[in-house]
Design a protein around this ligand. Sequence first.
Ligand code: URA
Ligand code: SF4
Length: 241
Amino acid sequence: MTADDILREMGLGPVWKLRATPAAAPVEESAASSPAAFPSVQEIAPACVTAVDAAMTWDELATTVAACRQCRLCEARKQAVLGVGDANADWLFVGEGPGAEEDQRGEPFVGQAGKLLDNRLAAIGLRRGENVYIANAVKCRPPENRTPAPEEAAACRPYLERQIELIRPKLIVALGRPAAQTLLQTEVKIGAARGKLHDYRGIPLIVTYHPAYLLRTLLDKAKAWEDLCFMRRTMQARKGG
Ligand code: URA
Ligand code: SF4
């Protein structure tokens, strides 16, 4: 049995094609190493501070995001994609941003990367919409699926923050570097950040590979499996304790 066979057995296969621009491609070092890569919302998008009311309900959030024009990603989108799933989920998965299919359908992770994500969820006994919420760091599709710019992620972050306040998940899983950096507000290297418990405002956060990146190397596939086991153990400990 090859490693690929094993992975297929685990629900991690088959091999999906990567998007034209791999979602987890490293950002330019110059941008990533400079603190200016993580400007605060106030610095770059003053209007955003008032765009999200601390008491905003799901309905208000959905209406606001649908009409949002706080960053230039609004220009090419068909629609903003807020998220999908159980509003009281224990599990929150956060991706990078909608791709073409997500932009068309208005739901995160419905294209090829989504099939992979669903396989990974199934591998730890989870299903989309059942105790799981799926969102993205940015709600509007970046043109050509490029990585969202730091100022775009910062402009959109208040929406994700409000989603997290409303959901109150027991565990957050950041899928790939842009999601991890947006949530942790620091430079993240997946290889170093995975396998550890991070903290998002008191909620445990685990960083793992973006599903679209996953199938590039066998080594990373094996590591992704370790990450899934780590997530499941962490949730079990949270529920037990
Ligand atoms: N990749 C993402 O990061 N999010 C999606 O919703 C789809 C693909
Ligand atoms: Fe608004 Fe976020 Fe869309 Fe930018 S990506 S326009 S901040 S909803």
